[in-house]
Design a protein. Sequence first.
Length: 245
Amino acid sequence: MAPILACAMWGGMTLGGCAGGDFGRTRNNAVTDDMHRWVGVEATGSVGLKSSDFQLTDIERQLRDQAYPLIEPPHSRPLWKSVFGDYKPIESPWRQNVVLDRTAYGRLLIDEPHRSHTSRYAVLMDDVRNDILRFESFYATASRITELDRKRAASLKLVSALEPKERGDANARMDENALIVQWVEQCLQRRVASYKWALERLVIHAPDNTAASADMLINELASQANAAAGTLVPVRPGRALRVGG
């Protein structure tokens, strides 16, 4: 089965479907507690594994909710932050064999009409700053889940009359959680590359002293991604997700 390619598709991808209600707000039936459950299903399915049938715990649901904005290409849904507008999980395009286009974010940023050139820098810096905050929250949640999954794995040896289906679902959920973490880490590296390309072009198109501040923010995000990479060792080693590009 082809590897997940979500964060390779920086441009041209839209979240179709019509979930918009009155005044552009998402209809109630489009926003559910498990609206991002598909993130784990897609992660395991991309490497040929079956997802767990266990219900999500509160923290597992939180992990998926926090993962979504980090694996979604920047600018593909400008209003996602307020949960307004249309919402639909991106599905089959993630499995297409496409090449990472790290230039798409920057081209869109430069081509979009802006009142002044400084607003382009402001948008870039806001996007990077938001990613820093999002990843900090995501990583804290991922660390807690990794510890809980270690306890889950230890408990499997102690449960009496454990059914094969239960063991399989428990193992599948641990794989699912670990693959989501890997997915976010890899997508974060792609986001950094796109932000760097965008800043380099902004400096050429519209030189401004703000570029130095933007560069510092991007480097902070890069350091955050590098420091976190591989630190949360999967409970069940050998399940490795590789994002294409």
